[in-house]
Design a protein around this ligand. Structure first.
Ligand code: MG
Length: 378
């Protein structure tokens, strides 16, 4: 029985993780849950899984529904209490910068990590991977692209390869013209063509910021360089990513898009457990298509990648600015095309420090958020 601490239980990945655990209750047990702001769902989860520890970001005045055997904490920072000694593995499914707090905490406590929070590697990949190596921590990817690469490499993070080829659906705006883009709303963006996901990542898909983040994530997970990572638009989201090996053989991992597959694998590898995904019907699919990234329509992709090439704290600035801008776009305060302007402005306005401690990341993140708020005057 693998004991799981789930950080971010009320988000999209959190709920799908619980569905994997529910279906494989002979293999996995939830020992702690950290929920966000969805109180109703959180209480249901706690009642069902009866964890030893449960934490909720929202304040909760009436705790009568928390089972007596569950130790309960609430407040914005309560999630730090959820990585408990009993856990064998920590699923980090928080959205955004704060995920790095749980990642570093899990590493310090010697826990393996199933990682859905890509921002932690975007902002502090060097720090995270170095500490994980020192402590002998396994970080298994939940992100579907990185899971595909991992599978193609036979679960060997050090296997040699020529090239990683990350696939991208292209996001909700893949067929929109440049002229339409300033007028597109959050509602338009939230209609993702292939994947059911949380709001923040769905917007990141619509700007291709998510794909730039995933290139950075792949660089750290597979200890490689940016020139060995390609991105190709693949509308059908059937190939989740590919690896070209040294002899030019290309290994692809395919399935209908469903996050439960990579979640289950991150928890159970090298064993595979049953999933409820349908078998691929190639006759019905008929064809798989591939296109190059259109940098003219999706300038955020290169902007974020350039920030990562600059290194140091620039990716943390890009991430912080993006988080702030996406939040404002979701609230209808700025336009879709303003997300680029916010990230660009923050990167230009940042006076780079070369330090890379956790506190420096926090500072760079705060700078970027402040910059974007002031830039748009909201
Ligand atoms: Mg992904």
């Amino acid at each position: 029985m693998k004991k799981v601490a789930l950080i971010g239980s009320t988000g999209s990945i959190g709920k799908q993780t619980l569905s994997v655990v529910r279906r494989n209750s002979d293999k996995f047990q939830i020992v702690s849950l950290a929920g966000g702001n969805n109180v109703g769902d959180f209480l249901e989860q706690v009642k069902e899984f009866k964890p030893k520890v449960a934490t909720l970001a929202s304040p909760l005045s009436d705790t009568s529904q928390i089972p007596s055997q569950t130790e309960f904490f609430s407040g914005e920072d309560a999630f730090v209490n959820a990585i408990i000694d009993e856990a064998d593995i920590v699923v980090v499914a928080l959205v955004g910068f704060k995920g790095i707090i749980s990642v570093l905490d899990a590493i310090n406590k010697g826990k393996d990590i199933a990682l859905a929070n890509k921002e932690s590697l975007v902002v502090g990949g060097g720090l995270v991977m170095q500490k994980a190596k020192e402590k002998g921590i396994n970080i298994t990817p939940i992100d579907s692209e990185h899971s595909a690469v991992w599978q193609a490499l036979n679960f060997d993070f050090n296997a040699p390869f020529n090239k990683i080829i990350l696939t991208a659906s292209g996001g909700a705006f893949r067929d929109r013209t440049k002229e339409e883009m300033p007028f597109l709303t959050a509602k338009d963006a939230l209609l993702h063509p292939n994947w059911k996901m949380g709001a923040k990542i769905t917007i990141d898909c619509a700007t291709l910021v998510n794909k730039a983040f995933e290139v950075i994530e792949a660089k750290w997970l597979y200890n490689t360089t940016f020139d060995k990572i390609d991105v190709i638009i693949h509308r059908e989201s059937i190939i989740h990513s590919m690896v070209e090996l040294n002899d030019k053989a290309v290994i692809a991992q395919m399935s209908y898009p469903d996050m439960e597959l990579p979640i289950a694998l991150a928890l159970s590898y090298p064993e595979r457990v049953e999933s409820n995904i349908k078998s691929l019907d190639f006759g019905a699919l008929q064809k798989l298509t591939f296109e190059k990234v259109d940098h003219d329509r999706f300038p955020c992709f290169k902007l974020v990648l350039d920030s990562a090439q600059s290194g140091c704290l620039y990716p943390a600035v890009a991430n912080g600015a993006n988080e702030q801008a996406v939040q404002m776009f979701l609230q209808g305060k700025i336009a879709y095309t303003d997300i680029y302007k916010g990230i660009y402005g923050a990167l230009m306005g940042f006076e780079g420090s070369h330090h890379m401690h956790f506190e420096d990341l926090v500072e760079a993140d705060a700078f970027a958020r402040r910059y974007v708020k002031e830039f748009f005057g909201v």
